[in-house]
Design a protein around this ligand. Structure first.
Ligand code: SAM
Length: 230
């Protein structure tokens, strides 16, 4: 896969890419999803039941969409991301989240401090997915909930074909016009990093989660994953 970096360079490749595309990241999201990405994030926040005063850690927070939604529920929010460019974009929203530049595998927070962990569209981008799952489990109190929002592959063949055309032909062209061609060739290629559903569930359970649940959205092109800290 020529659009994917070697494993040893993935973390740095991803960080540099998001620094580059940060100024146009939100615009590209709205265009690619026809504005629907907001509703998936809102559903994720509603599903985990964010209470006023709860501590929410938004891992790989990017420009802060999920962090802002959690703040709107009255939660205290820590928004962590590796890419300073993304954090700077988020800062311009002034949503009141505490920002930290940190790797998702080593967040500077104590064990069991969080009521909720959220993470949007980042699973494909991590160099060590199991280490991130373990870190999310470490941060959560027992009974705390995690929500992941991520791309997925539709199950029906014809939808999978249409989705493939959209991701591999349309998205890179939009990326070249509005943002960065290479980054939006990486996006479809990076689906390759996502484990199949059963394996993903098993890896979450191994990290310390129970009651793993998946919801499909946008004809199966998007997945919302929820789990509870055992
Ligand atoms: C596709 S963006 C998603 C941003 C945001 N969560 C959203 O829902 O729009 C992926 C984010 O993951 C961040 N990221 C990638 N690897 C990371 C890591 N190891 N630790 C922390 N953040 C990371 C990137 O910097 C980028 O902001």
């Amino acid at each position: 896969m020529s659009d994917l970096p070697p494993a040893t360079e993935k973390r740095e490749f991803v960080r540099a890419m998001f620094d580059r595309i940060a100024p146009r990241y939100d615009l590209m999201n709205r265009i690619m999803s026809l504005g629907m990405d907001r509703s998936w994030r809102a559903e994720a926040i509603d599903a985990v039941g964010v209470e006023p005063g709860a501590l929410v850690v938004d891992v790989a927070s990017g420009t802060g969409d999920l962090a802002e939604l959690a703040r709107s529920k009255g939660a205290r929010v820590v928004a962590a991301d590796l890419a300073l460019g993304m954090l700077c974009q988020a800062r311009s929203r002034s949503c009141g989240a505490h920002q930290v530049q940190a790797d998702a595998v080593a967040l500077p927070l104590r064990d069991g401090c969080a009521d909720v962990v959220t993470c949007g569209f980042a699973l494909r981008n991590f160099a060590d997915l199991d280490a991130v799952f373990r870190e999310c489990a470490r941060l959560l109190r027992s009974g705390g909930r995690v929500a992941f929002v991520e791309f997925d592959e539709p199950r029906a063949a014809v939808l999978r074909w249409g989705h493939g055309v959209h991701l591999r032909r349309v998205v890179p062209r939009l990326g070249a016009w509005f943002s960065d061609a290479r980054a939006y060739r990486y996006l479809p290629a990076s689906l390759h990093y996502l484990p199949p559903e059963g394996e993903l569930f098993a890896r979450l359970e191994r990290a310390g989660f129970a009651h793993v649940e998946k919801r499909r959205r946008m004809l199966g092109a998007i997945q919302l994953l929820f789990a509870e800290r055992s």
